[in-house]
Design a protein around this ligand. Structure first.
Ligand SMILES: C[S@@+](CC[C@H](N)C(=O)[O-])C[C@H]1O[C@@H](n2cnc3c(N)ncnc32)[C@H](O)[C@@H]1O
Length: 418
């Protein structure tokens, strides 16, 4: 608490709170620069749908309050004061969480509502394609919202070589958290705090999945306009940056929020190995499926899922069990990915089909693209791996290279830099 006004989202005490009706200003403020665009098709501005007024771990009694230490106005980076309208005690009973209220910037007086426990700090104006993409993901993650056993294994593959031990005692950001499956998973790795942010209404599902975890926080925010100081020891972003109008700008925004010595891990779609997707799926997605009503697409996505499912469970499951046989048919496109999908249930397959058909923005990035991100952001110990022959896993560290720390994977990058 500062000066009798609660600053932040979750508060340890509420007595003495001053209710300050602040003048309403657009959340964007004036300091916000619209992102530059990666695609010439992105041109029209549209308003983001306003949100409708709709332990596993050791408890740290004052932990949720710590979000306040990191949260700032995304427009001018000044501190925020919190004015609660409705609050409740957390499950531990040792602190109070603000369910409804507002955050007001001490600098520019912009206000950000807190609705259903989530600070809403995303820009209200987005490009049409970005808005459509956010709406599609908002729909997707509120319909496919259950955390499953397979998610942790998948996640660790995506952030490899980052290991669970790296989270211990750290402050981490899940950039583009969707329904919060990875915020949920990583909250068990001993992080001091995990902050999941997402542009879309997927935050509703993320909050449902994680609000009971004392070290997890969810904020609705834009990667390009983060409402934080730069506190992060770790940032991961799985399957997100390729859905931004300018993925390189998104990556740079994230790395700008790393502490000295902090690490970032990201997974994105690759251009290499995705020839069929680029030639067949992308035109269908861009001209048809991303424009369909989401309910209709949800229903239609059952068709490819139901057709693929028996093949995955027979042919590709068999190949998955026999690496020798797999090597003999190595030329089959997407072999590794299809073998990997053979483990999935029909519902998961349905969500994957929807996920590929719904977004208006999906870029397929080359190795050169992602290596460029690492060099341009000045990260050290950068490494790029071709994951399952259709995507890129990349990671890097902010700071000085320690002698002997250059990895094999980093050598080509080091050479490119010199
Ligand atoms: C494919 S989903 C991945 C979600 C999550 N990382 C996971 O793997 O479950 C991509 C997510 O990125 C979010 N997203 C897209 N653009 C964003 C932005 N500019 N800022 C924050 N999140 C964004 C979408 O709303 C969506 O939930």
């Amino acid at each position: 608490m500062r000066g009798g006004v609660i600053v932040g989202v979750s508060c340890t005490a509420v007595t003495g709170t001053v209710f300050v009706p602040a003048p309403q200003r657009p959340a964007g403020g004036t300091a916000y620069k619209e992102p530059s665009f990666h695609s010439s098709t992105l041109s029209v501005l549209a308003a983001l749908d306003a949100p409708e007024a709709a332990s596993r771990y050791t408890r740290r009694p004052d932990l949720k309050t710590s979000l306040l230490e990191w949260l700032v106005c995304p427009a001018c980076k000044h501190e925020l004061r919190c004015t609660p309208d409705e609050q409740r005690a957390t499950q531990s009973g040792s602190e109070v969480e603000v369910l409804e209220g507002r955050l007001t910037c001490n600098g520019c007086e912009a206000t950000y509502p807190i609705l259903r426990g989530i600070p809403r700090m995303a820009p209200r104006i987005l490009l049409t394609e970005q808005k459509r993409t956010a709406n599609a993901f908002g729909y997707e993650w509120q319909h496919f919202d259950s955390v499953q056993d397979t998610h942790e294994r998948q996640f660790l593959e995506w952030i490899d070589p980052l290991q669970p031990a790296a989270f211990k005692g750290k402050v981490a950001l899940d950039a583009g958290c969707g329904m919060g499956r990875h915020t949920y998973v990583t909250s068990g790795y001993g992080a001091t705090a995990l902050i999941g942010i997402d542009l879309s209404e997927a935050v509703e599902a993320a909050y449902r999945n994680t609000s009971h975890l004392p070290n997890a926080h969810i904020v609705q925010a834009d990667i390009n306009r983060l409402p934080f100081r730069s506190p992060f020891d770790l940032i991961y972003s799985v399957g997100v940056l390729h859905h931004l109008p300018d993925p390189a700008q998104g990556f740079a925004s994230l790395t700008g929020h790393l502490r000295e010595g902090g690490r970032i891990a990201a997974w994105v779609y690759g251009a290499e190995g995705n020839f069929l997707v680029a030639r067949i799926l992308t035109p269908i997605r861009e001209t048809l499926t991303s424009r369909l009503p989401l309910k209709a697409l949800h229903a239609l996505s059952w068709i490819p899922a139901a057709i693929a499912y028996p093949f995955l469970k027979t042919v590709f499951a068999a190949l998955n069990r026999r690496p020798n046989l797999q090597r003999r048919v190595a030329a089959v496109p997407y072999l590794e990915y299809l073998c990997y999908l053979s483990d999935f249930g029909l519902n998961q397959l349905h969500s994957i089909v929807f996920d590929h058909l719904a977004p208006s923005i999906s870029f397929y990035l080359t190795r050169r693209d992602v290596e460029g991100w690492l060099t341009r952001t000045g990260l050290v110990q950068g490494a790029v791996h071709w994951h399952k022959r259709y995507s890129w896993r990349l990671q890097g560290k902010r700071g000085q290279v320690n002698p002997g720390e250059t990895t094999e994977a980093e050598k080509p990058l080091a050479a490119a830099r010199s």
